[in-house]
Design a protein around this ligand. Structure first.
Ligand SMILES: NC(=O)c1ccc[n+]([C@@H]2O[C@H](COP(=O)([O-])OP(=O)(O)OC[C@H]3O[C@@H](n4cnc5c(N)ncnc54)[C@H](O)[C@@H]3O)[C@@H](O)[C@H]2O)c1
Length: 704
């Protein structure tokens, strides 16, 4: 194995090569190596200039974040960079690929930076709830100004090489090999008689208090409920208020401290959980994914259209099938309209529309699916219809093709059994809008073969989505946990809680949107109809069960589309206004059913009832093996259901507040509500009583 970092002297130029595949992540050995090299070349009079670049496909794409959890091995990058910056020779850092976090901080300690034209540079620390810790908060404001630096820290998204040059973050943009470009730039410096130029010696123009206040507002909006933006502001402020060394010490305290905040623990948990989802016990490298270079979609409605777009966006050809030309025309018109919105927003060019539309071929004949690698069915939610379609697909599709359904509620085992190749049948549950939402539930039946699962995960990646495995179960992972959560929100409305209070409490907790407002947006009828279509899942002896939506539905108050629902809406506006008539009808119904309460319902009760009910269902999913790991559930909820990332997902959140607290809550609400709804999961009870956690349970499971 090669050294993670090495140096060679060429014609008076010390060329430092970082070589730590695959992404040149910073490691302890690399830090040690850089320090040694720095100390070796600093006093060497034969060395006139220094070039640092990375071998392989990218510059340093960040730190090895597993190091964040324990004590970081010495030397620390921040200290290594102090010496690196002090090199007496001019130091050129040549970037390519993706330079992130510590990678950019290393470049900032160089004296000159050049970037290959495809380079992307950024500080993703905020997405992990941490403050940069290798003096980026002191050097970046010195180099590009405090406002631009804060914007980069807040955004978390990388900028292009051209933007970096405009920002003053890099001195030049090149094409070609970073090593050669670095050496050429160093030669130019020497020829021009230019020497070391240290960022630490630059000065920062202070932001005004008004500018700081504006950043505070921006940070609160961009990262709702998080403390990290505030810490970033404090760190950047030190760049002009304190001399460099003291600023460095101040950043060190803030950055190290940020590793201990609840949001940083939660966000790092998600980082690892997202990497882990595709790891399915029993599925190995030997289960090679099948090639998917073409796809057939059945149904060109809301989901089918979105799914077709997701494939076209990933440059995969799609045949789109519907009952007749009229339905196809409607479907294609909607797809085009959606693409036109993207053009208006500057996210696509008109030429992109034509290219993507060109990848979607409409058809009414199953025979056109004879040579596609994968078919995804997205027709009405009707078992008989789906079985019929799968029989057709089984008839026409080539051997080795995958047959998938986008059903939300139906038993995919039964759908698979309608074919002669149940091993090739899988659920691919997209979320609306399917071309936008990141989550993809991959639903395995009792017979889905392993390579079909491997293919589904590979496909998710290709579509830039995150696939999470679920077993067949009513509602799979996401909707099954949404059910008790929404049930409690509706019941609270029936008990007399103002929808604004229910949604407000949930949004303050961090949910992207309160669930009653979600109902209004999606259509109050959607849930009512789903329950009507699935009577087995509606208890016959509980008249309060989802009664609130039924009350609105009976008035044809279907939400935004009718201007009235849990809220009232003015034409063309989505602003939620108080809907007095609905409040009155809900209160009457609550009284009639004997659940109306006098006095205010606290926000704490609202959040606990909704969220604890959701957590309890999550525990049942783990107990039943529907979800593989608590982390998988957390990924589903943060990537598909607007659960706040800063809380790490429902299961991680439960661990943080303590499973005994959750259990006590379930027992408390069982007394005032329907005890059946609050029956604690066996797993949750056992873990709570033994002082355990979902996290520890998952680790023990993985070790088995
Ligand atoms: N809407 C959502 O948010 C959502 C989310 C996830 C999954 N789903 C599931 O996706 C599926 C489709 O839902 P949708 O909201 O897109 O419905 P939709 O009503 O918008 O679209 C259904 C489409 O299927 C077509 N269709 C009906 N019968 C057909 C047949 N025999 N052959 C070919 N095409 C036929 C219809 O013409 C229509 O274009 C359902 O199974 C639903 O449960 C929906």
């Amino acid at each position: 194995m090669s050294q993670p970092i090495r140096v060679a002297v060429e014609d008076g130029i010390a060329v430092i090569t970082v070589d730590n595949p695959p992404v040149n992540a910073i490691s302890a050995a690399m830090r040690r190596g850089l320090l040694e090299i720095t100390r070796r070349i600093a006093p060497d009079p034969g060395i006139k200039a220094v070039v640092l670049y990375c071998a392989g496909r990218t510059f340093i794409a960040g730190a090895d974040i597993s190091e964040f959890a324990g004590t970081m091995a010495l030397p620390l990058l921040r200290n290594v960079l102090v010496e690196f910056e002090q090199l007496p020779q001019p130091v050129v850092v040549a970037l390519h690929g993706t330079a992130l976090g510590g990678g950019v901080e290393l470049a900032l300690a160089g004296h000159y930076r050049i970037a290959e034209q495809g380079t992307r540079l950024g500080f993703p620390e905020i997405t992990l709830g941490v403050v940069p810790g290798a003096v980026g908060t002191q050097r970046l404001p010195r180099l590009i100004g405090a406002a631009k630096a804060l914007n980069m820290f807040f955004d978390g998204r990388p900028v292009s090489a051209t933007e970096a040059r405009e920002l003053g973050l890099v001195d030049d943009v090149f094409t070609g090999d970073p090593r050669e470009a670095g050496i050429a730039f160093a030669r130019q410096l020497l020829a021009a008689g230019k020497g070391a130029r240290r960022v630490r010696d630059m000065t920062v123009t202070p932001l005004t208090e008004a500018e700081i206040a504006a950043f505070r507002t921006q940070g609160a909006k961009q990262h709702r409920g998080m403390i990290t933006p505030e810490l970033d502001i404090a760190a950047v402020r030190a760049s002009w208020e304190l001399p460099f060394e003291r600023g460095q010490a101040f950043e060190e305290a803030l950055s190290d401290g940020s590793l201990g905040t609840p949001e940083s623990k939660a966000m790092r948990h998600l980082f690892f959980a997202e990497r882990r989802v595709a790891d399915v016990p029993g599925v190995s490298e030997a289960d090679k994914p099948r090639t998917i270079s073409s796809c057939g979609v059945i149904g060109s409605g809301t989901m089918g259209g979105g799914i077709a777009m997701a494939f076209a966006n990933a440059d995969i050809a799609v045949r789109l099938l519907d009952v007749d030309q009229a339905a196809l025309d409607r479907g294609l018109a909607t797809i085009r309209k959606n693409y036109e919105v993207s053009v208006k927003r500057g996210k696509m060019t008109p030429a992109d529309i034509e290219k993507r539309m060109g990848l979607i071929t409409p058809t009414t004949k199953y025979e056109d699916f004879a040579d596609v690698d994968l078919a995804i069915e997205a027709v009405f939610e009707d078992m008989a219809l789906k079985k019929k379609i799968f029989t057709e697909l089984d008839r026409v599709m080539k051997p080795g093709a995958i047959l998938a359904t986008n059903t939300s509620t139906l038993d995919i085992n039964q759908i698979g059994a309608a074919t002669k190749r149940p091993g090739d049948v899988v659920g691919l549950h997209f979320f609306s809008p399917a071309n936008v939402m990141r989550l993809l539930e991959i639903v395995r039946t009792d017979r889905t073969s392993k390579d079909v699962l491997a293919t589904s995960f590979a496909l998710a990646k290709k579509l830039k989505k995150i696939g999470v495995l679920s077993k067949v179960s009513y509602g799979f992972i996401g909707n099954r946990m949404m059910d008790p959560y929404a049930r409690e929100a509706e019941r609270l409305a029936l008990e007399g809680a103002d929808p604004k209070e229910v949604d407000g409490a949930l949004e303050d907790f961090g949910m992207a949107m309160g669930i009653l407002a979600v109902f209004d947006m999606a259509g109050v009828d959607v849930g009512v109809k789903a329950r009507r279509a699935n009577p087995d899942h509606v208890p016959k002896d509980d008249p309060t069960f989802y009664r609130a939506s039924q009350v609105l539905f009976d008035q044809n108050w279907l939400g935004q589309k009718t201007g009235k629902g849990y809220y009232r809406y003015e034409a063309g506006s989505r602003e939620r206004l108080r809907h007095d008539e609905a409040l009155k009808l809900l209160a009457d119904e609550g009284r009639k059913l004997g659940v109306a309460r006098s006095g205010e319902i606290s926000r704490q009760e609202i959040v606990e009832r909704c969220v604890f009910a959701m957590i309890n269902e999550g525990a049942k999913l783990l107990e039943e093996g529907v979800a593989l790991r608590p982390g998988d559930i957390d990924v589903v909820y943060t990537s598909g259901y607007g659960f706040p990332r800063r809380r790490g997902g429902p299961m991680f959140y439960a661990d943080q507040i303590g499973l005994d607290t959750v259990l006590a809550g379930l027992e408390k609400y069982a007394k005032s509500g329907n005890p059946r709804d609050w029956q604690p999961s066996k797993l949750l009870r056992e873990l709570a009583q033994s002082g355990g956690s979902f996290t520890a349970w998952a680790e023990a499971q993985a070790a088995k």
